[in-house]
Design a protein around this ligand. Structure first.
Ligand code: TA6
Length: 277
Protein backbone atom coordinates (compact mmCIF):
# COMPACT_ATOMS: atom_id res chain seq x y z
CA UNK A 1 0.00 0.00 0.00
CA UNK A 2 1.34 3.46 -0.83
CA UNK A 3 1.60 5.81 2.15
CA UNK A 4 1.23 9.56 1.71
CA UNK A 5 2.27 10.82 5.14
CA UNK A 6 4.82 13.08 3.41
CA UNK A 7 2.14 14.73 1.29
CA UNK A 8 1.48 18.41 2.03
CA UNK A 9 -1.62 18.47 -0.19
CA UNK A 10 -4.92 17.87 1.65
CA UNK A 11 -6.03 14.22 1.48
CA UNK A 12 -9.30 12.32 1.85
CA UNK A 13 -9.09 8.70 3.01
CA UNK A 14 -11.83 6.20 2.17
CA UNK A 15 -12.05 2.75 3.75
CA UNK A 16 -14.57 -0.05 3.20
CA UNK A 17 -13.78 -3.43 4.73
CA UNK A 18 -10.23 -4.27 3.62
CA UNK A 19 -10.34 -1.85 0.64
CA UNK A 20 -8.96 1.69 0.71
CA UNK A 21 -8.71 4.77 -1.49
CA UNK A 22 -6.69 7.94 -0.95
CA UNK A 23 -7.67 11.13 -2.80
CA UNK A 24 -5.76 14.41 -2.95
CA UNK A 25 -7.83 17.60 -3.05
CA UNK A 26 -5.01 18.99 -5.19
CA UNK A 27 -6.24 18.06 -8.64
CA UNK A 28 -9.18 15.98 -7.40
CA UNK A 29 -6.63 13.24 -7.81
CA UNK A 30 -7.04 9.59 -6.77
CA UNK A 31 -3.60 8.65 -5.43
CA UNK A 32 -4.20 5.08 -4.34
CA UNK A 33 -6.74 2.28 -4.56
CA UNK A 34 -6.02 -0.93 -2.66
CA UNK A 35 -8.25 -3.99 -3.00
CA UNK A 36 -7.68 -6.55 -0.23
CA UNK A 37 -4.30 -4.93 0.41
CA UNK A 38 -3.18 -4.96 -3.26
CA UNK A 39 -2.34 -1.52 -4.73
CA UNK A 40 -3.95 -1.18 -8.15
CA UNK A 41 -2.51 2.23 -9.07
CA UNK A 42 1.05 3.34 -9.79
CA UNK A 43 2.55 6.36 -8.05
CA UNK A 44 6.02 7.56 -8.94
CA UNK A 45 8.46 7.53 -6.05
CA UNK A 46 9.46 11.01 -7.25
CA UNK A 47 5.91 12.36 -7.59
CA UNK A 48 5.50 15.85 -6.12
CA UNK A 49 2.78 15.85 -3.44
CA UNK A 50 3.24 19.49 -2.39
CA UNK A 51 1.04 21.15 -5.02
CA UNK A 52 4.04 22.39 -6.99
CA UNK A 53 3.27 20.35 -10.12
CA UNK A 54 0.79 17.74 -11.41
CA UNK A 55 1.02 14.44 -9.54
CA UNK A 56 2.80 11.71 -11.54
CA UNK A 57 0.67 8.66 -10.91
CA UNK A 58 -2.77 7.69 -9.64
CA UNK A 59 -5.64 9.13 -11.71
CA UNK A 60 -4.96 12.65 -13.05
CA UNK A 61 -8.12 14.45 -14.20
CA UNK A 62 -7.54 15.99 -17.63
CA UNK A 63 -10.34 18.55 -18.26
CA UNK A 64 -11.72 20.62 -20.09
CA UNK A 65 -9.19 19.46 -22.71
CA UNK A 66 -6.98 16.42 -23.08
CA UNK A 67 -3.27 16.65 -23.85
CA UNK A 68 -2.61 19.28 -26.51
CA UNK A 69 -6.24 19.35 -27.71
CA UNK A 70 -6.70 23.08 -27.25
CA UNK A 71 -6.60 25.54 -30.17
CA UNK A 72 -4.20 27.91 -28.36
CA UNK A 73 -1.95 25.20 -26.86
CA UNK A 74 1.17 26.62 -28.53
CA UNK A 75 0.62 29.89 -26.67
CA UNK A 76 -0.27 28.66 -23.18
CA UNK A 77 1.35 25.16 -23.13
CA UNK A 78 -1.22 23.96 -20.54
CA UNK A 79 -1.35 20.26 -21.44
CA UNK A 80 -4.30 18.30 -19.98
CA UNK A 81 -6.48 21.27 -19.09
CA UNK A 82 -7.07 23.45 -16.05
CA UNK A 83 -8.06 21.28 -13.07
CA UNK A 84 -5.22 18.85 -12.24
CA UNK A 85 -3.15 21.70 -10.77
CA UNK A 86 -5.71 23.40 -8.59
CA UNK A 87 -7.38 22.79 -5.25
CA UNK A 88 -10.72 20.97 -5.32
CA UNK A 89 -13.27 20.95 -2.50
CA UNK A 90 -15.21 18.15 -0.90
CA UNK A 91 -18.90 18.73 -1.70
CA UNK A 92 -20.32 15.55 -0.17
CA UNK A 93 -19.49 12.22 1.43
CA UNK A 94 -21.96 9.34 1.64
CA UNK A 95 -21.26 6.08 3.48
CA UNK A 96 -23.44 2.97 3.37
CA UNK A 97 -22.79 -0.68 4.19
CA UNK A 98 -22.02 -1.28 0.52
CA UNK A 99 -20.03 1.81 -0.51
CA UNK A 100 -18.32 5.04 0.45
CA UNK A 101 -18.67 7.88 -2.03
CA UNK A 102 -17.26 11.42 -2.20
CA UNK A 103 -18.09 14.26 -4.58
CA UNK A 104 -15.42 16.85 -5.38
CA UNK A 105 -15.39 20.00 -7.51
CA UNK A 106 -12.69 22.46 -8.63
CA UNK A 107 -12.55 25.75 -6.70
CA UNK A 108 -11.07 28.15 -9.25
CA UNK A 109 -13.23 28.67 -12.35
CA UNK A 110 -11.69 32.06 -13.17
CA UNK A 111 -8.95 31.06 -15.60
CA UNK A 112 -9.33 33.05 -18.86
CA UNK A 113 -9.33 29.75 -20.80
CA UNK A 114 -12.18 28.28 -18.71
CA UNK A 115 -15.10 27.62 -21.10
CA UNK A 116 -18.06 29.83 -20.16
CA UNK A 117 -20.88 27.96 -18.47
CA UNK A 118 -18.96 24.69 -18.12
CA UNK A 119 -18.47 22.98 -14.75
CA UNK A 120 -17.34 19.57 -13.60
CA UNK A 121 -17.57 17.31 -10.58
CA UNK A 122 -15.80 14.08 -9.70
CA UNK A 123 -17.66 11.29 -7.88
CA UNK A 124 -15.39 8.61 -6.42
CA UNK A 125 -17.12 5.49 -5.08
CA UNK A 126 -15.33 2.71 -3.19
CA UNK A 127 -17.21 -0.59 -2.95
CA UNK A 128 -16.32 -4.07 -1.73
CA UNK A 129 -15.09 -5.14 -5.16
CA UNK A 130 -14.31 -2.05 -7.26
CA UNK A 131 -13.55 1.67 -7.42
CA UNK A 132 -15.70 3.82 -9.67
CA UNK A 133 -14.47 7.25 -10.81
CA UNK A 134 -17.07 9.40 -12.56
CA UNK A 135 -16.22 12.75 -14.17
CA UNK A 136 -19.41 14.77 -14.65
CA UNK A 137 -19.42 17.75 -17.02
CA UNK A 138 -22.31 20.21 -17.14
CA UNK A 139 -22.85 22.96 -19.71
CA UNK A 140 -24.94 25.62 -17.98
CA UNK A 141 -24.47 28.02 -20.87
CA UNK A 142 -26.54 28.76 -23.98
CA UNK A 143 -23.93 27.58 -26.54
CA UNK A 144 -22.39 24.16 -27.33
CA UNK A 145 -18.94 23.80 -25.75
CA UNK A 146 -16.07 21.71 -27.21
CA UNK A 147 -14.96 19.22 -24.53
CA UNK A 148 -12.12 16.74 -24.40
CA UNK A 149 -11.11 15.03 -21.15
CA UNK A 150 -9.63 11.88 -19.66
CA UNK A 151 -9.31 9.88 -16.49
CA UNK A 152 -5.57 9.45 -17.06
CA UNK A 153 -5.08 6.38 -14.87
CA UNK A 154 -1.62 5.00 -14.09
CA UNK A 155 -1.92 1.27 -13.30
CA UNK A 156 0.61 -0.66 -11.24
CA UNK A 157 2.21 -3.65 -12.98
CA UNK A 158 4.94 -6.06 -11.90
CA UNK A 159 7.03 -6.13 -15.08
CA UNK A 160 6.32 -4.34 -18.38
CA UNK A 161 7.93 -7.16 -20.40
CA UNK A 162 5.41 -9.63 -18.93
CA UNK A 163 2.40 -7.29 -19.23
CA UNK A 164 -0.33 -7.35 -21.86
CA UNK A 165 -3.58 -5.46 -22.31
CA UNK A 166 -6.70 -7.28 -23.52
CA UNK A 167 -9.95 -5.85 -24.90
CA UNK A 168 -8.95 -3.07 -27.31
CA UNK A 169 -9.45 -3.56 -31.05
CA UNK A 170 -9.42 -1.57 -34.26
CA UNK A 171 -7.21 1.27 -35.46
CA UNK A 172 -5.39 3.82 -33.34
CA UNK A 173 -3.63 7.14 -33.80
CA UNK A 174 0.03 6.83 -32.80
CA UNK A 175 1.18 10.00 -31.02
CA UNK A 176 4.63 8.45 -30.73
CA UNK A 177 4.81 8.34 -34.53
CA UNK A 178 3.41 11.69 -35.71
CA UNK A 179 -0.17 10.48 -35.52
CA UNK A 180 0.31 7.57 -37.92
CA UNK A 181 -2.60 5.13 -38.01
CA UNK A 182 -1.85 1.67 -36.64
CA UNK A 183 -3.83 -1.48 -36.08
CA UNK A 184 -4.28 -2.72 -32.51
CA UNK A 185 -2.60 -6.10 -32.04
CA UNK A 186 -4.71 -8.89 -30.60
CA UNK A 187 -2.27 -9.24 -27.74
CA UNK A 188 -1.28 -5.71 -26.76
CA UNK A 189 2.28 -5.73 -25.47
CA UNK A 190 4.81 -2.99 -24.65
CA UNK A 191 8.19 -3.11 -26.42
CA UNK A 192 8.84 0.61 -26.81
CA UNK A 193 7.19 4.00 -26.25
CA UNK A 194 3.40 3.65 -26.57
CA UNK A 195 1.27 6.79 -26.87
CA UNK A 196 -1.93 5.84 -28.68
CA UNK A 197 -5.48 7.13 -29.00
CA UNK A 198 -7.90 4.27 -29.72
CA UNK A 199 -11.30 5.54 -30.95
CA UNK A 200 -14.08 3.39 -29.47
CA UNK A 201 -17.82 3.91 -29.33
CA UNK A 202 -18.88 0.86 -27.31
CA UNK A 203 -21.33 2.02 -24.62
CA UNK A 204 -19.34 -0.02 -22.12
CA UNK A 205 -15.87 -1.40 -22.87
CA UNK A 206 -14.04 -3.88 -20.68
CA UNK A 207 -10.25 -4.12 -20.75
CA UNK A 208 -7.93 -6.26 -18.64
CA UNK A 209 -4.30 -5.95 -17.67
CA UNK A 210 -2.52 -9.32 -17.59
CA UNK A 211 0.73 -10.35 -15.97
CA UNK A 212 1.79 -13.32 -18.10
CA UNK A 213 -1.44 -15.36 -18.31
CA UNK A 214 -2.96 -13.97 -15.10
CA UNK A 215 -5.47 -11.06 -15.13
CA UNK A 216 -4.42 -8.51 -12.48
CA UNK A 217 -6.70 -5.52 -13.06
CA UNK A 218 -10.06 -5.17 -14.80
CA UNK A 219 -10.89 -1.71 -16.15
CA UNK A 220 -14.35 -0.82 -17.45
CA UNK A 221 -14.95 2.32 -19.51
CA UNK A 222 -18.20 4.23 -20.16
CA UNK A 223 -19.13 7.62 -21.62
CA UNK A 224 -15.92 7.60 -23.66
CA UNK A 225 -15.27 8.01 -27.37
CA UNK A 226 -11.73 6.71 -27.10
CA UNK A 227 -9.14 5.10 -24.88
CA UNK A 228 -5.60 6.37 -24.48
CA UNK A 229 -2.78 3.92 -23.79
CA UNK A 230 0.60 5.29 -22.72
CA UNK A 231 3.98 4.09 -21.59
CA UNK A 232 6.87 6.58 -21.90
CA UNK A 233 9.53 3.85 -22.24
CA UNK A 234 13.17 4.50 -21.35
CA UNK A 235 14.11 7.73 -23.19
CA UNK A 236 11.05 9.81 -22.28
CA UNK A 237 11.19 8.52 -18.68
CA UNK A 238 14.64 10.07 -18.35
CA UNK A 239 13.21 13.46 -19.35
CA UNK A 240 10.74 13.58 -16.42
CA UNK A 241 11.88 15.18 -13.15
CA UNK A 242 9.10 13.40 -11.22
CA UNK A 243 9.64 9.88 -12.53
CA UNK A 244 12.55 7.50 -11.90
CA UNK A 245 14.38 6.28 -15.00
CA UNK A 246 13.22 2.67 -14.52
CA UNK A 247 9.64 3.36 -13.43
CA UNK A 248 8.35 2.86 -16.96
CA UNK A 249 8.73 -0.86 -16.18
CA UNK A 250 6.20 -0.59 -13.31
CA UNK A 251 3.26 1.19 -14.96
CA UNK A 252 0.96 1.52 -17.92
CA UNK A 253 -1.65 4.24 -18.45
CA UNK A 254 -5.07 3.07 -19.66
CA UNK A 255 -7.25 6.16 -19.92
CA UNK A 256 -10.99 6.55 -20.39
CA UNK A 257 -11.28 9.59 -22.62
CA UNK A 258 -13.15 11.99 -24.87
CA UNK A 259 -10.74 13.00 -27.64
CA UNK A 260 -12.86 12.85 -30.80
CA UNK A 261 -14.22 16.41 -31.21
CA UNK A 262 -17.09 16.04 -28.73
CA UNK A 263 -19.30 19.09 -28.04
CA UNK A 264 -21.49 19.38 -24.94
CA UNK A 265 -24.84 20.90 -25.88
CA UNK A 266 -26.35 23.74 -23.83
CA UNK A 267 -27.90 22.58 -20.53
CA UNK A 268 -26.59 19.04 -21.10
CA UNK A 269 -24.49 16.77 -18.90
CA UNK A 270 -21.79 14.25 -19.79
CA UNK A 271 -20.56 11.34 -17.62
CA UNK A 272 -17.13 9.81 -18.18
CA UNK A 273 -16.76 6.70 -16.01
CA UNK A 274 -13.87 4.39 -15.24
CA UNK A 275 -14.34 1.37 -12.98
CA UNK A 276 -11.34 -0.51 -11.57
CA UNK A 277 -11.51 -4.01 -10.06
O1 TA6 B 1 -2.00 10.34 -22.01
C1 TA6 B 1 -0.81 10.31 -22.74
C2 TA6 B 1 -0.14 11.68 -22.70
O2 TA6 B 1 -0.91 12.63 -23.37
C3 TA6 B 1 1.25 11.55 -23.28
O3 TA6 B 1 1.33 12.16 -24.55
C4 TA6 B 1 2.14 12.21 -22.24
O4 TA6 B 1 2.24 13.59 -22.48
C5 TA6 B 1 1.36 11.86 -20.97
O5 TA6 B 1 0.00 12.11 -21.35
C6 TA6 B 1 1.81 12.53 -19.72
O6 TA6 B 1 1.45 13.85 -19.73
P1 TA6 B 1 1.97 14.78 -18.49
O7 TA6 B 1 1.56 16.17 -18.86
O8 TA6 B 1 1.28 14.27 -17.27
O9 TA6 B 1 3.45 14.55 -18.41
Amino acid sequence: MTHFSHASVPLVHLTLGENTCVVSLFGGHVLSYTQAGVEKLFMSKQAKLDGSRPIRGGIPVCWPWFGQLHPDINEHKLAHGLVRQQLWELDAKVSTAKSVSITLSPTDLTHPLWPQGLTCQLIITLTHDHLEVKLLSHNKGEKPVPLSCALHSYFAIDDLQETSLIGITGEYSDNANEGAIGSTPETYRFTGEVDRIHPNTDNILSTDIYHKDRPITAITHAGHDSLVVWNPWRNKSQSFVDFADDEYLQMICVETALTQHFELAPHNHHHLIQTIA
